[in-house]
Design a protein around this ligand. Structure first.
Ligand code: A2P
Length: 322
């Protein structure tokens, strides 16, 4: 086995959120050809079958072997009940064409009412999309029930490692109290505008590896109307100055900052040049002063916040971090 533990997870992963299924197979093949070995997928991204075709094609073309790939996916909110957790993973594995995942994560600490596969897949956030004002319907499933079902997946080997996303420190403390098998990875939004120092330190104190999503900050959210064009961290004068001094791009500086502070990062690009640029960010080195200056950009700006987008998009007020 290539990966002995979560510490071997390749530090720069390729995220597939928002890649349209039609482009996804080819994008995944290109990313593997370019050198990516870590892919971050999810049921909710609606493109796992296409990701799977890309993986299978790359293996058939001998660009890599299955064992050389680290594949992460995430349990969607509608499958939190113990009886739905293994079926959700099975569906994901079938779509990806794999017989095990390297990492399976609880996507959000939010349990929604069950939606059968044949009714809608992926079920997304609202219970009845055809209702006059579609809204979320919560399910009374404690996170402890979901976690114990995740543990069974690790025990049976279909998920080599298990973890959580979008947990705050309170949920993490609690999880450490009831878990028999502790979580191995915490995936959270983290970038220089949302450094999350305390949460990352706590997770590491508990022995978890941390993965940062949206490591480039606002870029992903402009097209979703969740961020303004003019709040790009790439345009920050001192990030640009560091990039100019080193002879790299501002995006590489941000990704390297994420890796150098001890997190793995997952970024998406469908542009071949940016794809390669992002992967090679692991080769640059920032000084202690650079690291400090970039961290000082923190403004606790969270782009992916259910406390905001659930109300705006799904008529449901559902904060989880406040
Ligand atoms: P593109 O696919 O056109 O390159 P996320 O934070 O969700 O991973 O999304 C990354 C966003 O930033 C995407 O919109 C992507 O667009 C863009 N992006 C990715 N890499 C770079 C880069 N090196 N420089 C500038 N923009 C980038």
């Amino acid at each position: 086995m290539n990966f002995k533990s979560v510490k071997d997870m390749p530090p720069i992963g390729f995220g597939v959120w928002k890649i349209v299924p039609d482009a996804c197979e080819q994008t995944v093949v290109e990313a593997i050809r370019c050198g990516y070995r870590h892919f971050d997928a999810a049921c909710d991204y609606g493109n796992e079958a296409a990701v799977g075709r890309g993986i299978q094609r790359a293996i058939a073309e001998e660009l890599c072997t299955r064992e050389e790939l680290w594949i992460t996916s995430k349990l969607w909110n509608t499958y939190h009940a113990a009886e739905h957790v293994p079926a959700a993973l099975e569906r994901t594995l079938n779509d990806l064409g794999l017989d095990y995942l390297d990492l399976y994560l609880i996507h959000f600490p939010i349990a929604l009412d069950y939606v059968p596969f044949e009714k809608r897949y992926p079920p997304e956030w609202v219970h009845d999309p055809d209702a006059p004002a579609p809204s979320m319907k919560l399910a009374k499933v404690p996170l402890s029930e979901t976690w114990l079902a995740m543990e069974a997946l690790k025990e049976s080997g279909v998920a080599r490692h298990i973890g959580v996303c979008n947990y705050n420190s309170g949920l993490l403390h609690d999880l450490m109290n009831y878990s028999n098998i502790p979580p191995e990875v915490l995936q959270i939004e983290a970038h220089p505008y949302l450094v999350q120092d305390k949460l990352i330190r706590l997770a590491k104190d508990y022995g978890l590896e941390v993965t940062a999503f949206s490591p480039l900050g606002s870029l992903s959210y402009v097209e979703l109307d969740m961020a303004d064009q003019d709040e790009s961290i790439l345009e920050q004068a001192n990030v640009k100055a560091i990039a100019a001094r080193i002879g790299c791009t501002a995006a590489q500086v941000l990704l390297r900052w994420g890796v150098q502070r001890g997190t793995s990062v997952v970024a998406k690009s469908t542009n071949p040049e940016r794809m390669l640029q992002n992967l090679t960010a692991q080769d640059i080195e920032l000084t202690t002063e650079d690291m400090t200056a970039i961290s000082a950009l923190n403004r606790n700006r969270r782009y992916n916040d259910p406390g905001v987008f659930c109300e705006a998009a799904f008529n449901s007020f559902h904060p989880i971090y406040d």
